[in-house]
Design a protein around this ligand. Sequence first.
Ligand code: BGC
Length: 921
Amino acid sequence: MRFVFDWQEYAARARQMAAEGAVLLRNEDGALPLRENECVSFFGRCSFEYYKSGTGSGGMVNAPYVVSIPEGLCRSGKVRINEALRERYLSWIAEHPFDKGPGWAQEPFSQQEMPLTEELVAEAAAVSGTAIVVIGRSAGEDRDAVYAEGSYLLSPAERNMLRLVCGAFRRTVVLLNVGSIMDMSWVAEYRPQAVMYIWQGGQEGGNAAADLLTGTVSPSGRLSDTIAEDIKDYPSTAHFGDPAENVYAEDIYVGYRYFETFAKDRVLYPFGFGLSYTSFAMRTTAFAAVGEEIRLGVSVKNTGSCPGKEVVQVYYQPPQGALTRPRRNLIRLGKTQCLEPGEEQELRFVFSVEEMSAYDDTGATGRRSAWVLEAGSYKIYVGSDVRRAAYAGKYTAHALRVTEQLEEACAPARPFDRMIIAGDPDADRPEIGYERVAARMSSAAKRIAERRPEAEACTGDRGIRLADVRGGRYSMEEFLAQIPDEELIPITRGEGMCSPKVTPGVAAAFGGVTEALKGYGIPVAACADGPSGIRMDSGTMAFSSPSGTAIACSFNTALTAQLYEYVGRELRMNHIDTLLGPGINIHRNPLNGRNFEYFSEDPYVTGTMAAAELLAMHRSGTTGTIKHFACNNQETKRSRANPVVSERALREIYLKPFEIAVKQGGAYSIMTTYGPLNGIWTAGNYDLNTAVLRGEWGYAGIVMTDWWAEISDDAGGLSRTFTAQMIRAQNDLYMVVNDAETGMPGDNAAAGLSSGVFTRGELVRSAANICRVLMNMPAMDFLLGETDEIEERNRPETEMGAVYPQPEAVCEAGGCELDASGLVTQGGSANIYSVRIPESGSYRMIFTLRSELGELAQSSVAVYVNNTIKGSFTVNGTEGGSVTRELVFDSSLQLSNYIRIYFAQSGLSVAGIRLVKEETA
Ligand code: BGC
């Protein structure tokens, strides 16, 4: 492929996305935009320490830079900053550095704030009319937010800050640098003039915030979640966080579907809400129900005084029949171009009436396990948020109609009560009732036994290679028939993390991971986290993009595609075939730690954004792995807590984004969760991975487990070694093992195949899924000798500088020599070796170096193992003499590693590097 990779162009798209995703909730007294050349005072340490993302695998991008908000503002040149206050903060921060916590999933939700006094705030107010208060939050994988001060609620220090600042300043603007919504009851208490969610906007976030603050861009983001008065108002809160069982009792009444039906008065800011600096008039210009299609024309006019964009949201209100249904359901969204004052644009929408179907999982309509359109009026509403959407027209269904007959799948293992509308469904405020959901009647085991695929007998090697299948000369069946069981089983294993077989520091390698598989011409593909930028633990720089929530709130699918086109190119440039993202779980509860990686409480927004990202990445032959399939809606005990959820809620809410991503986004890579779904762990869940995904949606791609996930067997056992059950369920790939040849110690695949837990037919089925995907990935192009021509422009300078891959080293028991002949020792160069050792333990790394410089010259070398710094040393000039330097790695080497040797200054030459195993006493 040939393409241009311009970092500035990438940054411009990300900056626009971060700006378009920001949601302005309040803007009194014309507080925003800031006045030209006025002086602003920044409060809150996050002003200077911007959160580019949340934590965990989704936040580990080695970004070249992260722009803070004051930096962005300074660069705009449009306002001045209270320098004295900034200096004060910076020196306080130097003494109270950012606390990352002791490690994985330990970073505090918020950081200590500089204590403020009335005098200090008054001093600032005397020199500036506007205060900008930045409040930041962090959460992430393995760490849900909590309903406590400093997390969902403001901390006492933040309250004090708001009290003092709002009391002293004429105008206070509060910016929320967060990954998900938080408690907003303080707005009524402190009444700041303006409040805006700027989310976690990636490395360009500060520039984007500046664009909004200065009015260069008028806010056009809309809430992708409902903000209620209190956390308890979300019906999921009663069950969220339970370590054993998470009952989805609210069923389909998630987010605005609940609030607009039962509790309008508990909403502070409705779904879809967001202000602009200008105003718009929206009207429906055309409405027609033509056959099975609804067609709408909506005109938007900028009636204000500055340019801006408006979001159009189309909802439907279905009739209440045998199934009770939410009063509002989003069915289409659109965003205007930037309209000049007085300018008007018409947006057109078309959808099929079938899309308004409900799923009957009880047979209440007489049609069990079917999508049905019940008789009655389907009213269409159009507006700029769910509350303001106005009636536009209706479609009448004269009789009940089955739009798709399916079969029971993924149903609950036990009965439970779910929310419905009780009494008069058309009452102003309908009553909440509950109905019993029955336990499942079908058996996945029976289905597996009845639907086993056959495989052709093994033919032995006929010389057919995967390229022959790609070229249409042989079928996939003929190709795979050549490969004996023991050689084929390893294709179901991914290697990682940091497998030396692919790009340094990525999450996994899969495909041709053994010599035998490689021999058949199967390429090795690479996957990397995701979702908001590429994670390479080698320290390689990558672009950090806005988080999922920010992207969703842009309501701009075209812009999402423009940004992800660049993500796709960046993947390809780094020889990575799939990004582990987007995350498309539903924002079921505001406390979910991974909400920043996901999009919205609404399945349509979620699915549509994911589809836009995927299609854009596909343009460069790369893709995204949509995750986590399905119902990863809490991080607390995510491998154990069992979601108890109805088939209806699954189909209408939780599986829906995946269905959209598959059908509209052409998804071909999916990751299951760590946990169960209705009692069956998703990595071995046949109904989920086969009956629904492949059977109903026609999916032909791969399914991979989450990293080191467990799989359940039929007898209630649970283990990482149950890959036989995994293959049987058509979760094709186990992620991840150290060595694909042998798999996880105790892996039951070989035994499971001979004892009939799964069959060769099932093994071949998964192998075919994997090969079908691989054969169209960049890894295949590269294997076949194709090369890319990439014109890289405007690469940012980074601390780590340029990265130079070095030859792989495979150590014997005593150690090994690293080939230093191609080492680049120029200042700012990072050299990366992939090093395999036969057993873990302590190793000593011995450098033999030389420098021509004088003795006062200082040259430093830093050594990182798997992205963690392990030591550094400085060598003075030796005037040509030779010196040795040693570093000891105490048990920090794993079986496969990346060792990065970084030269901070030029001047050294390296004669040799040896790695020697330490003797144990
Ligand atoms: C996460 C996944 C991630 C994987 C690889 C897991 O801990 O749940 O989302 O893609 O690690 O880093």
